[in-house]
Design a protein around this ligand. Structure first.
Ligand code: NDP
Length: 313
């Protein structure tokens, strides 16, 4: 069988270094090429993350552009992307589990006041804090997709009251109240103490995490921000923390990455910073996605995991 040529496209990430070993496993069906690839008209697939500007224009016969991640915002925003070129996301249950563990750590940390124990240990203070039960700490999840559903189910299993919000009406698992649309968001926020952002970045969701939204949360609220940096209006978060309406925030994603050393988030006592590492799709999942895409292209099918480019996710 002819191997389908696939070019690696990233201006920021060493894709061969990260995924080379996993991609070698599918080398009998997909030929991996570095950019700029010779004979660009032969290339049918691209695997990308923040592709170099004008890279897509070099390959006129692309049949699909695969992400290395669940999110595709940077691929959809890529200059010169042909509007009808299928853009494919990774769907990886292990990644959803890893995200869930990350979110649970922060939600439980807020509930059980881990930061206060850390401060007390620094001061050699033995003080019992009598933490609230999980059922007294309502959690709201923005986004009820591949990852949000996993997180919602795991939080509900631990006894947290869980509400989840999405664009469309849909069912939810045991112990989870589902909301959708603008009215649903208002209803969810009013009942939420810990807000978890698991939305994709789209024209509709950019800047959603602003002062007006924080004001609708219960006093003493906490933000777990694992979507995309551009969801958050950073000055509004700082103001909500300063007013005491929000008690704290765990931030994994930022409008500017790496977060500049001078940024106020680094030194803020109520903010936890992690370097966009809540969870990654595994190299094996990326290779599986690329292989499934190659097979679909070969058979003239729409690749599984193709996003709706107009919708933005
Ligand atoms: P999915 O596409 O599977 O789910 C997206 C969810 O968001 C859906 O429930 C969708 O609603 C909802 N949604 C989208 N737009 C709106 C809107 N305008 N209003 C309300 N709800 C909306 O995505 P995943 O769960 O796989 O991933 C979500 C995001 O998590 C990624 O796009 C990425 O930004 C982020 N992420 C971050 C990582 C990190 O390391 N920090 C790692 C992985 C992902 P509906 O169901 O109605 O379509």
């Amino acid at each position: 069988m002819n191997r389908l040529p696939c070019v690696l496209l990233s201006a920021t990430t060493d894709l061969r270094g990260l995924f080379g070993a996993a991609l070698a496993e599918i080398a009998d069906r997909v030929e991996i090429l570095d950019h700029p690839a010779p004979e660009p008209e032969r290339v049918r697939l691209a695997l990308g993350w923040r592709p170099p500007a004008d890279a897509l224009a070099r390959y006129p016969n692309l049949a699909a552009l695969c992400s290395i991640a669940a999110g595709v915002d940077n691929l959809l925003a890529c200059p010169g992307r042909p509007p009808d070129l299928p853009v494919v996301r990774v769907i990886d249950p292990d990644q959803a589990r890893a995200m869930s563990a990350f979110v649970l750590w922060h939600v439980i940390g807020h509930q059980r006041r881990f930061d206060t124990y850390a401060e007390n240990q620094r001061d050699r203070v033995w003080r019992r804090l009598y933490p609230r039960e999980a059922r007294a700490v309502p959690v709201g999840i923005l986004g009820h997709g591949q990852i949000g559903r996993r997180v919602a189910a795991d939080l509900a299993a631990l006894g947290f009251p869980v509400r989840a919000w999405s664009r469309t009406a849909q069912g939810a698992g045991p112990g989870i109240l589902h909301h959708h649309g603008p009215d649903g968001l208002a209803a969810m926020l009013a009942e939420t103490e810990v807000l978890v952002n698991l939305l994709p970045l789209t024209a509709e969701t950019r800047g959603l995490l602003d002062g007006a939204l924080f004001a609708r949360l219960r006093p003493g609220g906490y933000l777990v921000q694992v979507g995309r940096g551009e969801h958050l209006v950073e000055a509004d978060l700082l103001a909500s923390l300063a007013s005491g309406h929000l008690a704290g925030a765990a931030l994994d994603v930022f409008a500017a990455e790496p977060l500049p050393a001078s940024h106020p988030f680094w030194g803020h006592p109520a903010i936890r910073v992690t370097p966009h590492e809540a969870c990654e799709a595994s190299p094996q999942a990326v290779a599986r996605t690329l292989l499934a895409t190659a097979e679909a292209v070969r058979e003239g099918r729409v690749p599984p995991g193709t996003v709706d480019a107009a919708r933005g996710y």
